[in-house]
Design a protein around this ligand. Sequence first.
Ligand code: ADP
Length: 342
Amino acid sequence: MWNEVKTNLSSTKVYLKEFLFFVTILIFLLFFIVENKIILITVIALILLFGLIFLNFIGYKRNRELKAIESVILGIRNNTFNQAEEIKLKENLRSLQEEIKQMFEKERNDIEYLKRLERMRTEFLANVSHELRTPIFAIQGYIETLLNGAIDDEKVNKNFLDKANQHTINLSNLLNDLIDISMIESGEMRMSYRYFNINDYFGQITHEMMPIAQEKGIELIYHPAKEGLQLFGDKNRLKQVFINLITNAIKYTEKGKVEVLIEEEPKYGKIIIRDTGIGIPPEDINRIFERFYRVDKARSRAVGGTGLGLAIVKHIIEAHNSKIEVKSELGVGSEFSFMLKK
Ligand code: ADP
């Protein structure tokens, strides 16, 4: 009991200055009002006694509230709460209770976010290792077979070397895409925005890509925009976007054509890359922009795909404050489009 009183009183030390101030004034006034010494001393003693009882009461309440707060904090630290609603304090501490609840929810979300990042990182590493392993094993296999005698077999030696060479190209594409992805994600990819003439730009890109389309017997057509139309963006980074989108369009089209067209709107130019290819199943359409996601893994690898192209495209388009849209019908074709500022 005495210990509890001591704790209560010691926790009211913060009010000691105010308490002494009022008691001194009261005693000072009593000196003028009360003439009888005995009464004066009795009154002062009573004031001090009631003062101490009052302080003890305040200390008691204060300690109870502090204990309640302490137990909530301890509960958060020991993960005893499953949800914010379980955190409860007394009526007079409602605003503090709300603050603690919000802190609890923020901490939960931050931890969830970090866990998700960690999962993504592990998944990414597993994917990278897997992607690296495929071409390295293949190259190793071809070289070993050649060394074990196939090098003298006229029927297979060139073919094996060609295949090993194709795998080194795939490996190099993968490394380049990985460098781009890591630069984008670490914020190192610097963008440099300018106005540029869209017809000159696409004229050059389609000219460069024509041989790849011709090799597959596919028509690559650029429908010129209004003469002198300028759009705003990072020319070099956008070139990477167009090369990726046009290469995909050619890669995933067996016959027909790939068209690039620009629809002019009052404030924007909408760039459309359309093909008459294999199309994308509806259930995969939302996932093709994820890193390493492919509708048909074997087919993508066979045509030298890394599974990272569209993830890079999405990042670059978003850095232009735009959004990439895709429409596709299986067996009919696909259309990728996005807006650039005029
Ligand atoms: P990849 O290197 O495999 O082509 P991308 O990230 O560029 O990787 O594309 C992801 C997947 O989206 C591809 O594997 C393919 O399944 C699908 N895809 C992309 N573009 C097209 C297209 N024009 N037509 C059909 N499927 C496409």
